[in-house]
Design a protein around this ligand. Structure first.
Ligand code: FEO
Length: 171
């Protein structure tokens, strides 16, 4: 069984994960509009992953005997038209999500809900990976600066990310 408090907070997390998906899709659209098609593909894949995160939490709530709720959220906002600036916004958002996951983890711990602790552990690890990935991309973009060739190369590399479900990456 799951407490009402933890159930409510997990429902909020579903919304944050769907918001993340929308935010990354908005970033994908922005990248496409400035001709970074590889970065756009990368963000579309990220958006898919976030949707899967949301559904994972929804399924956990249902399995734990709680009530999953799907709610709306505000429009995502992507500032600027610069690759590095946009990835920095993605990193900032991931740091916020990490704080949320840590909060959920401490709540589950306080309530001695070890099933939830175990479930959330996957998200703790996922956040480490997601932050590290965004940091690595930003680091490369800092080195590249305004070098056209470097930007072309990194866009190509970002476009090689394997899509969720194993679909062919964009050439
Ligand atoms: Fe589901 Fe990127 O946090």
């Amino acid at each position: 069984m799951i407490s009402k408090n933890l159930n409510d907070e997990l429902n909020k997390q579903i919304t944050y994960e769907f918001y993340s998906s929308h935010l990354y899709l908005a970033m994908a659209a922005k990248f496409a509009s400035i001709d970074f098609t590889g970065a756009s593909t990368w963000m579309k894949t990220q958006a898919e992953e976030e949707r899967i995160h949301a559904i994972k939490i929804m399924d956990f709530i249902i399995e734990a005997g709680g009530e999953a709720k799907i709610t709306g959220f505000e429009d995502p906002e992507v500032k600027g038209e610069d690759l590095k600036l946009i990835f920095e916004q993605a990193l900032e958002h991931e740091r916020f999500v990490t704080e949320r996951i840590n909060f959920l983890m401490s709540l589950a711990g306080d309530e001695k809900n070890y099933a939830a602790v175990n479930f959330l552990n996957w998200f703790v690890n996922e956040q480490v990976e997601e932050e590290a990935t965004a940091e690595a991309i930003i680091k490369s973009l800092k080195l590249i600066g305004n070098d056209g060739n470097g930007l072309y190369q990194i866009d190509k590399e970002l476009g090689a990310r394997i899509a969720v479900g194993g679909a062919e990456p964009q050439k």
